[in-house]
Design a protein around this ligand. Structure first.
Ligand SMILES: NC(=O)C1=CN([C@@H]2O[C@H](COP(=O)(O)OP(=O)(O)OC[C@H]3O[C@@H](n4cnc5c(N)ncnc54)[C@H](OP(=O)(O)O)[C@@H]3O)[C@@H](O)[C@H]2O)C=CC1
Ligand SMILES: C[C@H]1O[C@H](OP(=O)(O)OP(=O)(O)OC[C@H]2O[C@@H](n3cnc4c(=O)[nH]c(N)nc43)[C@H](O)[C@@H]2O)[C@@H](O)[C@@H](O)C1=O
Length: 322
């Protein structure tokens, strides 16, 4: 039986995923949310996070706050990506433990896997090879997040009832995305670029890289449903499907597309009639990172929203924002 008055802290509740998690929980009937904006609580500040947990004492935590960005942002601001993400995770997970939080869900990323991992990438591929250089600092912070959860489980699971879980999302998109022209991920960047090209009647749109890398895209509402699904799994099912030192769970859509195919799809959904070209001075990043999400599927979760459908909704969201 769910306790709908449980005090749930969603860290990053104004972000794309955090806001979708709040909506999903609200639809289920949860009402007692604890939230703080970045301005109200800087999660990299250890003392501030300690005071917050001491005062508020949440019973569940969704850790969806992070320093997030696309390939250019990761490559340009590596110090911020490693420092801020390590600090946020360490502060939240440690203070959650100190203040009696038994259930926590950490959101990582598919970039934790080696650059040339076998495809599709399964949970057991973690720490088996070299990471992609454009996002290695972010990936290392995300791997540390998984290991923080596992370490508290291993040391305090029995004595304190600690049950901290991790999900590894593939590339996400949807309402609430960041449409910054340089620092965003590929889908919001292309939505903006094709929209602006359509308005300007521009004859061509430049896509970064060669167009050959493959990416798997998951709509954000599916990610929110997977997050709540994993948080709510009974302990027996979770433990049967994971191991104490490999406890993370992949969350993917199930198939991927090339960046060229994606660009054609975005152009079509926006109604852009011109040509696409490739700016090969920009990095490609990982050649492919398709998730093996069979661990999660075996437990009963599947993605629902197709790329075509999701892109239409994402474009409507962009139009509301500009
Ligand atoms: N987007 C994607 O494609 C993917 C995302 N992920 C992971 O999913 C999670 C959610 O990402 P997403 O929703 O896209 O990211 P967003 O950038 O949309 O949201 C991040 C949130 O974190 C908050 N935040 C950032 N820094 C701080 C800080 N120092 N103190 C307090 N709050 C802070 C922001 O607060 P505020 O709004 O107040 O500034 C914002 O609400 C992250 O862990 C990310 O790594 C994983 C794979 C892919
Ligand atoms: C989620 C994931 O996000 C980041 O990794 P990434 O998958 O490489 O993400 P991306 O969305 O920025 O790019 C995907 C592909 O698309 C190409 N591409 C074309 N044109 C544009 C473009 O205009 N913008 C962007 N950003 N990419 C473009 C781009 O060259 C690349 O080949 C990580 O750093 C890390 O943060 C992480 O975990």
């Amino acid at each position: 039986m769910k306790n709908f008055s449980e005090k749930i802290y969603v860290a990053g509740h104004r972000g794309m995923v955090g806001s979708a998690i709040v909506r999903h929980l609200q639809q289920q009937g949860f009402t007692n949310f604890l939230t703080r904006t970045h301005q109200e609580l800087d999660l990299t500040n250890q003392q501030a996070v300690a005071t917050f947990f001491q005062k508020e004492k949440p019973t569940q935590v969704y850790l969806a706050a992070a320093k997030v960005g696309g390939i250019h942002a990761n490559n340009t601001y590596p110090a911020e990506f490693i420092y801020e993400n390590l600090m946020m995770e360490a502060n939240i997970i440690h203070q959650a433990f100190l203040h009696g939080v038994q259930k926590l869900l950490f959101l990582g990323s598919s970039c934790i896997y080696p650059r040339l991992a076998p495809q599709p990438m399964s949970e057991s591929d973690l720490l088996t090879g070299k990471l992609e250089s454009t996002n290695e600092p972010y990936a290392i912070a995300k791997i540390a997040g998984i290991k923080l959860c596992e370490s508290y489980n291993r040391q305090y699971g029995q004595s304190h009832g600690i049950d901290y879980r991790s999900v590894m999302p593939t590339n996400l998109y949807g309402p609430g995305d960041n449409y910054h022209p340089e620092n965003s991920h590929v889908i919001p960047a292309l939505i903006r670029r094709f929209h602006e090209a359509k308005l300007a009647n521009a004859p061509e749109v430049a896509i970064w890289g060669t167009g050959t890398p493959m990416r798997e895209f998951l709509y954000v509402e599916d990610m929110a449903s997977a997050s709540v699904f994993v948080m709510d799994l009974d302990k027996e099912t979770y433990e049967k499907n994971t191991t104490p030192m490999q406890s993370h769970i992949n969350v993917g859509f199930g198939s991927d597309v090339t960046i060229k195919e994606l660009a054609l799809e975005v152009g079509q959904s926006i109604g852009y009639q011109g040509q696409i070209t490739f700016d090969t001075s920009k990095p490609d990043g990982t050649p492919r990172k398709l998730m093996d999400s069979s661990r999660l599927q075996k437990m009963g979760w599947n993605a629902k929203v197709s790329l075509k459908e999701g892109l239409k909704i994402a474009y409507q969201d962009f139009l509301l924002k500009i």
